[in-house]
Design a protein around this ligand. Sequence first.
Ligand code: UDP
Length: 321
Amino acid sequence: MSNKIKRPAATQPTSVVTGAAGFLGSHLVDLLLRRGHRVIGIDNFVTGTVDNIAHLGGNPGFKFIEQDVTEFLFLDAPVQYVWHFASPASPIDYLELPIQTLKVGSLGTHKALGLAKNKGARFLLASTSEIYGDPLVHPQPEDYWGNVNPIGPRGCYDEAKRFAEALTMAYHQEHGVETRIVRIFNTYGPRMRLNDGRVVPAFISQALKHRPLTVFGRGRQTRSFCYVSDLIEGIYRLMLSAYHQPVNLGNPAEMSVLEFAREIIRATGARSRIVFRPLPKDDPRQRRPDITRARGLLGWAPKVPLADGLVKTIEYFRRRI
Ligand code: UDP
């Protein structure tokens, strides 16, 4: 007879992920399942796709509900964590879907916070570097308030996320909900939509077809690109932290869009040239996260170099073109 002491199985937490079929949502679901969570994913497939969660079919830890999160969320099960990721997130998507973008950031956040309050769950809002608008402070620390045009083409996204942050803080202060806010800077990796218009899928798909890469403006605007696995790890750590103020997550390695185009041509071995197209209105001229807070609080910093992340991303797009 074994004299081993039987320990009760540690209780398995349940997480709700809105936007579970999206780029970031689906990677988050994978990480949560690996870390022993039961996951309830919600998506209405406006910009998400079933391909991103198809590999989870038959996984007993994952349940999927097709629903618009601006509608009342009713769930029977106890829930410990709510991760609110539902939203169009590429400029082309939110230009096409301005009202849905405003609704998911406002009404959708309200419903997701209501669910967290009702269940006594911890809540994390996926916010964005877009709340800094076209920033006048560089790099951007969390205490910068931003420079946003509320009625410009990006206003529907920027203001929806700013409202979402305000509502999240109000639920924290008024209702005592345990809340977290992550401000996500440009992130890339497998499962981005080929045609979502963002610079990473746009340049890679152009390069893989040996077509010209369309650099907007003169390509002097800057971005800083974070590989998806780094970002998701930071988000997980933030949820487990005790910190309710916003935290930037992103890769501080900044480059111009023109440099990035050259990097994609190099990484794909494409015979593409570079062509210049008009700069879209209100396109932020510079963007780089100040990640001092994330480093100190979460012991987090990105690890995946751009060249390595691009290999994996290009491989993913190659299979789909
Ligand atoms: N961009 C570009 N060519 C493209 C798509 C985007 O030069 O085909 C530029 C865009 O103007 C912006 C940067 O790349 O300055 C990043 O754009 P993205 O749409 O990825 O997201 P943003 O960071 O602007 O939200």
